[in-house]
Design a binder for this molecule. Structure first.
Ligand code: NAI
Ligand code: MG
Length: 500
């Protein structure tokens, strides 16, 4: 690790405010954001309450019901989103630094997220103007078309692991479809989201179309999920909070989409090149320090190669350069917050107590600059049992659990032995077997001989308790629309159902 770090260029010592009805406003209290790389205060941000959530909802409601946005053409909305994407690219380096300072992730990952976010806006800008709806041949004389319309006011609650990208996944399809939005970023990581709405504001977005309310989940998020003025709620985060949101949404039966993480299996057969499989396993679990909903957190390995796999994976895990994300040499950063850091350390203790074998990591990373940050070394547990908590529960940190199987049936059983069903992968050179296993895996996002490729063009979401609905792709746009049938009678003659 470099002993002296180049000072980041981005300015964090400035006002960070809420954005309501086209104005940047204070929220009445402030929160100190902590830089996870050193545990020190990074900057202060404004924070709001239920009162601000309410004002934002009213602004979004008015903008939808009376403003120009809903009457805008698809081409106009597309133009605005293309403009925003260009602005994200222009500011990519600044935004990436900001994301790194706020979340801890290595710069190379933050840069990737910014490029991906810009592409997400471009994808939905393009989709907005593509053929939409269809006509149906019905008994004459009606001409019937099926059209999609915006749902209305959309509440959007996002987590701290990919703040910019999650904002893009939610705002891009919502805006392309003509909705208005009330977005609540995580209280830990609001910075890039605020910069994003500043850029949106510069693009000339009408007031009230997007509002950002900073604050705590129960104080600001819950009122959005409960409000009868909100037509849809989209949430990414924990299962526990997801269930609270779904319950709250019952007030007016608002539409709900939930993306709630997982405990995804990466199944490795012995016929596949072991070094390549190990390489993918590292990528699957240690990317963003394991704080990825689709992380390959259960590595399910065929018994024949199990010991060699564990040895090779541990050797390589120990070599991963852990450090501040802002250091260009860093390969894995700290955890996002002290609470997440403690949560993961607790799980490591649970794993030891449950009798799993700690192969590497499991400790706080040591070193001069690392002492105060929220660092945990890449960790591997082997000798696990299916019912262990570390095997069943989402840890959301750099902790891989290894599971062993002896035949294909057992591999599939283990892979599916989870309350979650977000992602899954299989590694084998046998294409017939790959096809069988992938079909058997109960998950929404799967890979054969790969991991983590994510495409704006493809639906994202899970089976079982990994959530409701899908984001991204055409599915993501559909999730921000209502469906309407329009029947036009071309030959209106009296029906004379009742006598004259
Ligand atoms: P969380 O689900 O509580 O937080 C996510 C978002 O929900 C944040 O914006 C938060 O302010 C908001 N929120 C929290 N409580 C709320 C409530 N009662 N009403 C409305 N909004 C509320 O996640 P947390 O506690 O930060 O992390 C706990 C675990 O959740 C992680 O260890 C991980 O397992 C999982 N998680 C999964 C994510 C995913 O990408 N699927 C992202 C973040 C966390
Ligand atoms: Mg929580």
């Amino acid at each position: 690790m470099a002993m002296t770090l180049a000072a980041p260029k981005v300015k964090v010592d400035r006002a960070w405010q809420l954005y309501i009805d086209g104005k940047f406003v204070d929220g009445g209290s402030t929160r100190e954001l902590i830089n996870p790389a050193d545990g020190k205060v990074l900057c202060k941000v404004q924070e709001g309450t239920a009162k601000h959530a309410e004002a934002a909802i009213k602004a979004a409601r008015k903008a939808f019901d009376e403003g120009p946005w809903r009457k805008s053409t698809a081409a106009e909305r597309a133009a605005l989103l293309f403009k925003l994407a260009d602005k994200i690219d222009e500011h990519a380096e600044e935004l990436a630094e900001l994301e790194t300072l706020n979340c801890g992730k290595p710069l190379r990952e933050a840069r990737f997220d910014m490029a991906d976010a810009a592409q997400c806006f471009r994808y939905y800008a393009g989709l907005a103007t593509k053929p939409n709806g269809f006509t149906v041949e019905v008994p004459a004389p009606s001409v019937t078309s099926i059209v999609r319309e915006p749902i209305g006011v959309c509440g959007q609650i996002i987590p701290w692991n990919f703040p910019m990208l999650m904002a893009a996944w939610k705002l891009a399809p919502a805006l392309a479809a003509g909705n208005t939005c009330v977005l609540k970023p995580s209280e830990f990581t609001p910075l890039t989201v605020i910069r994003l709405v500043e850029l949106l504001d510069e693009c000339g977005l009408p007031p009230g179309v997007v509002n950002v309310v900073l604050g705590l989940g129960p104080e600001v998020g819950l009122p959005i999920a409960e409000s009868t003025l909100v037509d849809k709620i989209a949430f990414t985060g924990s299962v526990k909070t997801g269930k609270v949101i779904a319950q709250a949404a019952l007030t007016n039966l608002k539409k709900v989409t939930l993306e709630l993480g997982g405990k995804s299996p990466m199944v490795v057969f012995s016929d596949f090149d072991i070094d390549t499989a190990v390489d993918y396993a590292l990528f699957a679990i240690y990317c963003n320090a394991g704080q990825v909903c689709s992380a390959g957190s259960r590595i399910v390995v065929e018994d024949k190669i199990h010991d060699e796999f564990v040895k090779k994976m541990s050797e390589r895990a120990k070599k991963i350069k852990v450090g501040p994300g802002i250091d260009p040499e860093t390969e894995m950063g700290p955890l996002v917050s002290e609470s997440q850091y403690k949560r993961v350390l607790e799980y490591i203790e649970v794993g030891k107590k449950e009798g799993a074998k700690l192969q590497c990591g499991g400790t706080k990373s040591e070193g001069k600059e690392l002492n105060e940050g929220f660092y945990i070394n890449p960790t591997i547990f082997s000798d696990t049992k299916r019912d262990m908590r570390i095997v069943q529960e989402e840890i959301f940190g750099p902790v891989a659990v290894i599971q062993k199987f002896s035949d294909e049936k057992e591999a599939v059983d283990i892979a599916n032995d989870s309350a979650y069903g977000l992602a899954g992968a299989v590694f084998t050179n046998d294409i017939t077997r790959a096809n069988r296993v992938i079909k058997a895996i109960r998950a929404g996002i799967t890979w054969v001989n790969g991991y983590h490729n994510t495409y704006n063009e493809c639906p994202w979401g899970g089976y079982k308790q990994s959530g409701w609905g899908r984001e991204l792709g055409t599915f993501g746009l559909d999730a921000y629309t209502e469906v309407k049938q329009v029947n036009i009678n071309l030959e209106p003659v009296a029906v004379e159902w009742f006598q004259k």
